[in-house]
Write a protein that binds this ligand. Structure first.
Ligand SMILES: C[S@@+](CC[C@H](N)C(=O)[O-])C[C@H]1O[C@@H](n2cnc3c(N)ncnc32)[C@H](O)[C@@H]1O
Length: 363
């Protein structure tokens, strides 16, 4: 058997074994946490499915994947399971850390005072993004009035790394409920971060649009790069429900603190919608330049992480389709990280997707 025949036979075996066509961009579930052996099987099936996908979904030039070609439920499930399975890794300087901030973040603006994270911290830009949600004078004043005992609800917390940062370094007396639709992210938060806060940090697995949380309980609703309202001028049904949920959870006079890089039209339609549900935007800070700088400075770490992650999957060494899928995986991961050379990086650098940190008050 030559190499191609061997490859075809392996593909037939994979299909017989029930792997069939595997599309990692759409097939995985937000209700499942995937172990390393399952991830290995999934990636192997994805590699073997390459010839059945008439055209790759990941653009070869810049890693772009069209909105219609992926489900966020699938990609974050894959990423959070991967981060957890890979555990602690080295950054480009040999410093060990676990990839937990799924955040682009930004370099700390000088005008905001001393930076909240150490300059060698591998995940400092994520920490900055979370500290930045609470930098507004109005929030600081509310925290002072309450002796720091604010109740924060976060919608779209990922692994809870930001929640941990806030509970540790930003509002060390707050209580915090962190919500995400991804079981793998919430499990990381429960296992790795919640125990050290002794009941102050609770992680809840739920869709934020149907959050099982009482009305008017939060002083602050935090939203950090949550994957909503990013589709141009169109406010989806999910976007509307998401903001209604934030408003419902907030106490009267409470604050929505939200940071993200999304299209200009998406900012405009979000502001319009927030006003229509009784949320007054009281502050808007643009940190696009700082976000581009962060992506530039973070690139060596992202390169090291992607190379390390891909090397753990022998399926990428399967002849012909392995290297093809490896290129797609690398491009897609880099694009999700908005690394230089990708579509999302360009959208940030050209200010198509400005990064803003905004504060809105429930009137
Ligand atoms: C780019 S990640 C950011 C995660 C985290 N905030 C961080 O900075 O590390 C976007 C997150 O939003 C979550 N998300 C998107 N839509 C959601 C929804 N409707 N309900 C709950 N979580 C949602 C995703 O599951 C994902 O974890």
């Amino acid at each position: 058997m030559n190499m191609i025949e061997r490859d075809r036979a392996a593909r037939r075996r994979a299909i017989r074994n029930g792997h069939g066509v595997m599309d990692v961009l759409t097939n995985l579930s937000e209700a499942t946490e995937y172990s390393m052996p399952r991830l290995q099987a999934i990636i192997a099936a994805w590699v073997m499915s390459a010839p059945m996908e008439p055209r790759g979904k990941v653009a070869r030039g810049d890693g772009h994947v069209d909105e219609s070609e992926y489900r966020k439920q699938s990609i974050y499930s894959l990423l959070y399971s991967l981060y957890r399975s890979l555990g602690s890794v080295e950054n480009e300087h040999g410093e060990r850390y676990q990839f937990t901030f799924n955040t682009w973040g930004y370099a700390w603006p000088e005008a905001w005072g001393p930076p909240p994270a150490h300059q060698h911290d591998p995940q400092r830009f994520g920490r900055n993004a979370y500290s930045g949600l609470f930098h507004f004078d109005a929030v600081q004043q509310l925290a002072r009035e309450r002796g720091g005992r604010l109740h924060v609800v976060e919608l779209g917390c990922g692994t809870g790394a930001g929640a941990d940062h806030v509970c540790t370094s930003v509002l060390p007396k707050c209580t915090y409920e962190a919500i995400d639709m991804q079981l793998a992210g919430v499990s990381t938060c429960r296992a790795q971060f919640a125990p050290k806060h002794r009941g102050r940090l609770v992680a809840t697995h739920a869709d934020a649009t149907r959050a099982p949380i009482d009305d008017e309980v939060a002083d602050v609703v935090a939203v950090c790069e949550t994957h909503v309202t990013d589709q141009g001028e169109v406010m989806t049904e999910e976007d509307r429900k998401f903001f209604r949920s934030a408003r419902r959870i907030l106490k009267r006079g409470g604050f929505l603190a939200w940071g993200n890089s999304i299209p200009e039209q998406a900012w405009a339609s979000s502001f319009e919608f927030l006003a229509s549900i009784g949320m007054e935007v009281v502050a808007v800070d643009d940190v696009t330049d700082e976000a581009v700088l962060a992506r530039d400075l973070d690139d060596p770490r992202i390169q090291a992480y992607v190379a390390h992650a891909l090397a753990r999957f022998p399926a990428f060494r399967i002849p012909v389709y392995g290297p093809q899928r490896r290129v797609e995986a690398e491009l897609a991961m880099r694009n999700l990280c908005r690394a230089p050379g990708t579509r999302l990086y360009d959208d940030l650098a050209t200010r198509r997707d400005p990064y803003r940190v905004i504060l809105a008050r429930r009137t």
